[in-house]
Design a protein around this ligand. Structure first.
Ligand SMILES: O=C(O)CCC(=O)C(=O)O
Length: 185
């Protein structure tokens, strides 16, 4: 938020997941303070409890938002359903933050991380690789040509090592009748 910037419109971050509210949270948002977030410089404003709302909107609800003031290096974590906004920056300095957001593995990511990161993903930890999309949500959401996507980073990748193949097999067994479909080894 730059000096003089006005408050954002209230919004919630997992609104791209078009499942009617009220509903379970499908995304989790974080905002990391790279500068101090203060009363004056546009600290994020949240409406506590608004993650439980249905179609209500902040304008109708006559509720007071709460400012998340915090020193640089802090993080606030909240449901993707929570109404919030960046506040107005009435100070003379910019207020910098970053907002990494996380979604259910079956949901489309806001940013296509596989394309954003590219081949550098080979250097990342297994956990981060899985989170950016090199993983299977059973039975086989995320596969590439019938195989585990990690094969695109490592041709020798053993898909039985993560248990995802086994989960896939079990899914189809539990599903009833449709046995035998799983990722190819
Ligand atoms: O910077 C902030 O305080 C909030 C940012 C935000 O909610 C957004 O850009 O979607």
């Amino acid at each position: 938020m730059h000096p003089g910037e006005t408050a954002q419109d209230f919004h919630f971050d997992d609104g791209g997941i078009r499942v009617p509210r009220p509903r379970p949270t499908h995304g989790v948002s974080t905002i990391w303070a790279l500068d101090d977030f203060t009363e004056k410089n546009g600290a994020t404003e949240v409406i506590p409890g608004s993650h439980l709302w249905g179609d209500e909107r902040p304008e109708q609800m006559h509720v007071d938002p709460v400012k998340i003031t915090m020193p640089a290096g802090s993080v606030v974590v909240f449901s993707g359903l929570l109404w919030h906004r960046g506040g107005a920056n009435n100070s003379g300095s910019p207020r910098l933050g970053i907002t990494p957001q996380y979604c259910e593995p079956w949901a489309r990511q806001l940013e296509n991380m596989i394309l954003a990161v590219g081949p550098r993903a080979a250097d990342y930890s297994e956990r981060i690789q899985a989170m950016i999309g090199y993983s299977i949500h059973p039975p086989f959401m995320g596969y590439v040509d019938g195989r585990h996507p990690l094969r695109c980073l490592d041709a020798g990748y053993d898909p039985t090592s993560t248990g995802e193949n086994e989960q896939s097999r079990r899914f189809w067994e539990d599903y009833g009748g449709r046995t035998g479909r799983a990722l190819r080894d």
